[in-house]
Design a protein around this ligand. Sequence first.
Ligand SMILES: NC(=O)c1ccc[n+]([C@@H]2O[C@H](COP(=O)([O-])OP(=O)(O)OC[C@H]3O[C@@H](n4cnc5c(N)ncnc54)[C@H](O)[C@@H]3O)[C@@H](O)[C@H]2O)c1
Ligand SMILES: O=C(O)[C@H](O)CO
Length: 349
Amino acid sequence: MEKKPLVVVNGLVRKDAIAYLKEHVDVRQWTEKTVMPREVLKEWLIDADGLWCVRPLDVDGDLVKNAPNLKVIAQAAVGYDNVNIDELTVAGIPYGNTPGVLNETVAELAFTLIATASRRIIENANFVKDGRWAQRPSNIKGFDLSRRTLGIIGMGAIGVSISRRARAFGMTVVYHNRNQRLDDKIHKTTYMELDDLLAISDVVCVMAPLTDETYHMCDEAFFKKMKNTALFVNVGRGPIVDTDALINALKTGAIDYAALDVTDPEPLPADHPLLDVENCLIVPHIGSYTDRTRYDMSILTADNIIAGVHKKPLKTCVNEEVNYKKPQMDVESALEELKKAGVDLTDFD
Ligand SMILES: NC(=O)c1ccc[n+]([C@@H]2O[C@H](COP(=O)([O-])OP(=O)(O)OC[C@H]3O[C@@H](n4cnc5c(N)ncnc54)[C@H](O)[C@@H]3O)[C@@H](O)[C@H]2O)c1
Ligand SMILES: O=C(O)[C@H](O)CO
């Protein structure tokens, strides 16, 4: 019997996705609760055809240099700031991420943070739970979202999904991106330079990737440019924010409130100073964390790996230049496919 390709998984992932993967390939998985030591992973990769990577792990040229058979690496995440794409491209290894399938789920979380923070839901609910309904102070009023401005930094696939929700709440949406989008009319959004966005936004939401350019983009100067009544939301990546500067901005009243799905570091240690800041709501990186979406992300990751180990094109590949190419079809087969799809070919010679 022909040997199946070997896929290494360096940590815990959903059991149903592993079962699906095992229908197509052999799987060698690190199932300890501890992080797999990098040197052990390198040993395992010597014989591997594919790697499903699980954070924390820096994926780079050094990791794969002694992995002669490695044909694909994939991770169940859209963000790939732990992956050195250039070095994988030089090594000829396509990298698969999971864009698209999580857009609505992450946008729901981002907007839930905005709505929860704007009405101080947690603080108010805690007074009720503690039996102190009547004693809640009058200053935890919250503010309206309608007729306010949301400024999105990083208006990509998820940013657009957030903007739709904001407009349904009656908000005006402005954004800052590397480049102005071509579909502003469709989404009823307005491109702005960063400083202009910070000056007019009542809610600032970061939805950009972590790159050399965005690392510590939200620093002391950034928070000083925001309205002192504004809410700051980060669902992008923790290190986009200088945490000390955020704590200072919240404590000194440079901004009013923060709501974070991502922090630096992650997880936050129990004695981290951010946890002592009253006007800050934090959830533990749950943007895509619903059962259906995590399933979709895991199956897409498995599909990318199954394709890659067989040198077939990955469905979602970051470094397309080294993705495997679809086999060229001869003209007869292509016409046959078009006919099957119901295309009327009578006008063609
Ligand atoms: N919290 C979570 O659970 C969660 C879930 C999904 C994604 N994310 C993060 O969100 C990021 C965006 O995801 P996406 O699917 O929308 O990606 P995307 O590629 O569709 O959009 C990213 C956008 O950010 C813009 N951008 C890049 N650099 C920028 C800069 N310096 N200034 C302003 N804009 C910049 C890009 O132009 C692009 O429009 C991911 O890379 C990931 O880090 C977090
Ligand atoms: O980038 C992503 O997809 C999320 O942060 C989940 O890790």
